[in-house]
Write a new protein. Structure first.
Length: 188
């Protein structure tokens, strides 16, 4: 009888891991899978608006950190971060649409809320507040603090102010957002 550790070493097809990708050479290995997931995840809301992910070359050259969830050799969930000067910010996220991918995204959200921050809206906001209401309430950032992490003039507090939501100009249009997480943490 072999040990479980030996079994895993001999059966490399059981590749279940998180991968933090920062180098261009590592990005080249995963860029197609990452872009497929992100394009699919953002297609219903007008596509990806982040310039550094509008093309394959831009994604590879970008300064971002990619956190990938790989199961059985396949990328099932992606979270893309940038260090924006106020901390590690999640700027894009998506899944392959599978139950496993959605489960892994939920785990990424709960694991990363203490070491990064993000802006969410629409489907992702509904998902987070429905699935993790206590976590969302604990880590939501007041809008007056949230807009300090954005460029001047690109965010405003709406007339029906609830203390947390704000409007942000993206691609020439205003979108209602809420910020969650822990600003001030960096990649390293």
């Amino acid at each position: 009888m072999i040990t479980f550790k030996t079994f895993l070493q001999e059966n490399s097809q059981l590749t279940e891991s998180y991968k933090n990708i920062m180098s261009k050479s590592d990005k080249e290995k995963y860029v197609d899978a990452v872009l497929d997931i992100l394009q699919s995840s953002y297609k219903d809301i007008g596509g990806i608006k982040t310039p550094s992910f509008m093309s394959r070359d831009a994604a590879i050259e970008g300064p971002h950190m990619w956190k990938l969830v790989v199961r059985d050799g396949k990328v099932v969930a992606v979270n893309i971060y940038k260090d924006d000067g106020t901390g590690r910010k999640s700027v894009l996220a998506g899944t392959d649409g599978s139950v496993q991918g959605k489960r892994e995204m939920a785990k990424l959200i709960t694991d990363d809320v203490t070491r990064s921050y993000t802006e969410i809206s629409d489907a992702m906001e509904r998902f987070v507040f429905k699935r993790f209401p206590e976590l969302a309430d604990k880590y939501k950032i007041p809008n007056t603090e949230a807009i300090k992490h954005l460029q001047p003039g690109e965010a405003r507090i709406p007339e029906d102010d609830d203390g947390y939501h704000y409007d942000r100009k993206i691609g020439g249009s205003w979108h209602t957002k809420i910020m969650l997480g822990t600003p001030g943490k960096t990649f390293y």
